[in-house]
Design a protein around this ligand. Structure first.
Ligand SMILES: O=C(O)CCC(=O)C(=O)O
Ligand SMILES: [Fe+2]
Ligand SMILES: [Mn+2]
Length: 238
């Protein structure tokens, strides 16, 4: 295991946010499989869930959730309208070989217009336990079509039990791999405009990653990966 420390210092409008440290521990284990299209997956009850075995499905039951069409096209557009101007000023980063993420640009945002604030309120209401202290700034990650996220576990020091993310612009596949037994994996089909939620076991005991376009298959079906923006809410450790 290797620790990767990424320090973000962002200006959002006139508000200077303090430095936020996203500490991810990147898994050094080799990819679970190279030819994903051959793999026999066990389908979950839900169309967005498949896994390496029935026991693994059982382990993550209740700890992973995908809500398809959680936001409307209008809401997706409202988010893009707020985010694109700031993102466009940045360049995608490809050359940090030791980063958890390849081909990305990112920002964080505390203040939102009313449409976005309302939908983020909905995200928080469904994702987090009542009264759970939340991380104020929302994390925005823009993955280039050639970009991908390597297996990692989000910092346990800075982030709490729950990670909730909206996917804009593209479908994608999120893979969870059990840290103690990499033959155990779970794939989540993150459709465009869906909300995913990772909780407890799924967030702490499994790494998560977003597959690169070449390997983007769900249950043997190709899922073309285009540019994708994720909008991620987290809570604080207790
Ligand atoms: O893009 C996503 O939905 C996940 C991002 C992620 O895993 C992270 O920023 O730690
Ligand atoms: Fe993560
Ligand atoms: Mn970097």
């Amino acid at each position: 295991m290797r620790l990767v420390i990424r320090v973000l210092r962002q200006f959002e409008g006139k508000t200077r946010l303090g430095p936020v440290v996203w500490l991810r521990s990147v898994s050094d284990s080799p990819p679970v499989r190279s030819d994903v299209s051959d793999i026999k997956a066990v389908k979950g009850e839900q169309s967005w869930l498949c896994a390496s075995s029935a026991p693994v499905l059982q382990t993550v039951r209740g700890h992973v959730e995908v809500r398809e069409n959680f936001i409307t096209e209008e809401e997706e557009n409202a988010l893009l309208k707020e985010l694109e101007p700031g993102l466009k000023k940045k360049r995608y980063e490809f050359d940090h070989w030791d980063d958890a993420i390849h081909g990305y640009r990112e920002t964080e945002r505390l203040q939102w217009g009313s449409a976005c604030a309302a939908l983020l309120g909905r995200v928080r209401a469904v994702a987090f336990p009542e009264g759970s202290p939340l991380l104020g700034p929302v994390h925005v990650l823009d993955l280039d079509k050639a970009g991908y996220i390597k297996p990692h576990v989000d910092s346990v020091k800075f982030c709490g039990s729950t990670i909730a993310g909206l996917s804009l612009l593209s479908d994608s596949v999120m893979r969870l791999v059990r840290e103690e037994s990499p033959v155990d994996w779970v794939d989540l089909l993150l459709s465009r405009r869906s909300l995913y939620i990772l909780r407890d076991e799924a967030r702490f005991k499994f790494t998560h990653e977003i597959l690169k376009d070449d390997y983007s298959f769900f249950s043997g079906q190709r899922v073309p990966r285009h540019r994708r923006i994720s909008v991620i809410c987290r809570n604080l450790p207790v």
